[in-house]
Design a protein around this ligand. Structure first.
Ligand code: R5P
Length: 318
């Protein structure tokens, strides 16, 4: 008798809440998995159910990076040695993606190192959300599906602003790299106009606004981006937008890292609301007071279901 074609889903310790939510969406039980530590700090994992011949989905965000990356690699290796048929690394937040090119002498391309590690241990595909740069897909020789949080944000915005319109709203990218995302978001929200912040980074984690490109006066500004880390980019963007006459500022950012003094910095900024998703867990005590987390679990669950049954993912980008 052939094996049933169940979705076998498990996670490392960085994405346990998402595992629960995605399992509920898919109506499957997570695979019993142990993730712990030896007394010297080394990670010990064990998949405690038979997964021989199964398609396995391992969910693990890689923030904070160190141990979470290692857990993910060890879980993939465990699944490979347990004779899983395929292993999808489901990485809601893909860390090291911002180091995606050699932009200074003697620096690594860290995103490529991540890709090498995942493939070497045995991942057969990757599913992620708002990868910092789409072209990182090319660092892999296995399929990489990069979902956008835009449909989840769109639903939220349309409930909050049922009368959203071209005259009173503008979508803003806080840097030139995010222009494509802002344009796409603006189109989904009914062809809203866009504006760009001309940002300069004199050194890592420091953002300086040079110019606001586009018309924002008298409009509600909707800032959209992939990552909020120290909060500096969004804070300086919000101040520049206010100075140029934006009436209110709402922020929609997929991955909420909130490192360092992000909470204080953002509590002090002229922002009405910061909406993030739950790709990163354990950041609850670092969230600014105006932050609100909405779940990406339905979108990710649907992507897993479609991958599993070899259905198209295109509909998730509409
Ligand atoms: C950079 O290109 C990213 O898209 C984000 O804008 C950036 O990582 C945000 O970092 P921070 O919050 O530290 O300014």
């Amino acid at each position: 008798m052939g094996k049933d074609n169940r979705i076998r889903i498990l996670s490392g310790s960085a994405s346990m809440q998402l595992l629960e939510k995605i399992s509920r969406y898919l109506d499957v039980e997570p695979v019993d998995t142990y993730v712990g530590r030896f007394s010297d700090g080394e990670i010990r994992v064990q998949i405690r159910e038979n997964i021989r011949g199964d398609n396995v989905y391992i969910i693990q965000s890689t923030n904070p990076p160190g141990d979470n990356i290692m857990e993910l690699l060890l879980l993939i290796d465990a699944a490979k040695r347990a004779s899983a048929k395929s292993i999808a690394a489901v990485i809601p937040y893909f860390g090291y993606a911002r180091q995606d090119r050699k932009d200074a002498p003697r620096v690594p391309i860290s995103a490529k190192v991540m890709a090498n590690l995942l493939q070497t241990v045995g991942a057969s595909r990757v599913l992620t959300v708002d990868l910092h740069a789409d072209q990182i897909q090319g660092f892999f020789d296995i399929p990489v599906d990069n979902l956008y949080a835009i449909p989840v944000f769109k639903e939220y915005i349309q409930k909050k602003f049922p009368d959203i319109n071209r005259d009173d709203f503008v979508v803003v990218s806080p840097d030139a790299g995010g222009t494509r995302r802002a344009r796409l978001f603006a189109r989904k929200l009914g062809d809203l106009p866009i504006a760009l912040i001309d940002k300069r980074r004199p050194r890592p984690n420091v953002a300086e606004v040079m110019n606001v490109i586009g018309e924002v006066e008298g409009k509600v500004a909707i800032i959209v981006d992939d990552i909020i880390d120290t909060g500096n980019s969004v804070r300086s963007a919000s101040i520049a937008l206010k100075e140029k006459g934006a009436t209110e500022i709402y922020v929609f950012i997929t991955h909420g890292i909130f490192s360092g003094r992000a909470r204080e910095i953002l509590d002090d900024a002229p922002i009405s609301e910061i909406v993030i998703t739950d790709t990163i867990e354990g950041n609850e005590d670092r969230l600014p007071s105006k932050a609100r987390k909405i779940s990406i679990a339905g979108l990710m669950g649907e992507a897993i279901r479609r991958i599993h049954y070899s259905e198209s993912l295109s509909v998730l980008f509409l």
